[in-house]
Design a protein around this ligand. Sequence first.
Ligand SMILES: *Cc1c(COP(=O)(O)O)cnc(C)c1O
Length: 395
Amino acid sequence: MSSEIIKKADRNIAGTYKRFPIVIERGKGCRLWDTKGRSYTDFVAGIAVCNLGHAHPLVAKALSAQADILFHVSNLYYTLPQIELASWLVENSFADKVFFCNSGAEANEAAIKLARKYFSEKGEKSRYRIVAMEKSFHGRTMATLSATGQEKIRKGFEPVLDGFDFVEFNDSKAVESKIDSSTCAVLLEPVQGEGGVRCPDSGYLKAVRRICDEAGVLLIFDEIQTGIGRTGKLFAYEHFEVEPDIMTLAKALANGLPIGAMLARENIASAFGPGAHATTFGGTPVITAASLEVLKVIEREKIVEHCRKTGDYFKERLSWLKERHEVIEDVRGIGLLLGMKLKTDGGAIVKECMEKGFLINCIQDSIIRFIPPLIIEKEEIDALVKCLDEILMDL
Ligand SMILES: *Cc1c(COP(=O)(O)O)cnc(C)c1O
């Protein structure tokens, strides 16, 4: 049956995704079911989106309760859920102000625009360039792909937007030497996700913060993947005792509904006055009501602490696998953003895992990325590790 559905999909949907030949029909917690009734333990979580797992009853309830009252009005008016969500984010982060949008790329667009506007308002229009990182990922719009340090993502869309300079991640000296009088900001993911699950070396982010301060340049953290508990802290920057000036969020913020947010300190956010930036759907009542419930559940059920503990356990189990299998080159990551670099292509392993009932993700051809819902339990991790052990044994 699903081959007919897949044919229909391929006839009608733009071919931008290389998809696995399964049709996912429903989910519950860390489990997904396809149209053939097969079930999978989900270690992908919508690419670090569904941190509370699938079909969370409280989030579903908040969503439908708000849908009964009000879907949408223009941002010409105030709405209660948007106010409550912004307040929660301000109370729980370094930031003073929040701008809502609909995706990660849009949040980064807002951050890039704000950095330029901030200096423009100060009469420093020539400060518009941003120092970004090799192997970064910031999105697929024209500005964000221009900020992304991966050739394959920019290819075919040239000329990309002017104003981005690239340096190697984890090289603070390179950041220092790249900054000049035309630089407005440094943009980076505190832990690189898409580019290969790469953690910052000890002291790196602090050094970048100091360099930015000395040069009078803004520091932007893209926490679209690392935020909302994924690394074992609510925001990854908390691990490194460094606060950015601007931070972007999306992915897990509403556990699967489209939302993005750009957070900033007051003195910077004030450069965005009325009319400076806008979006029709940003901060819409239904989605902000759901997002607020997501954050309350995370807080009440101590999901971030659970993530830290299970993340440590998972990493330990992956290191155990590495001891047993020559083909594993490196195990890395933090919290439940973990990577296992192989000396070979990872595609076959992903496929075999799927056949055995586990969804995992492979990036940059040879890095298996594990980004399960943060509610994952040790038993589910043990089952996956056993499955991987068997697959690697036969390799
Ligand atoms: C996913 C991601 C984005 C892009 O988010 P979209 O919602 O797909 O536009 C940007 N930055 C990082 C770090 C991401 O992981």
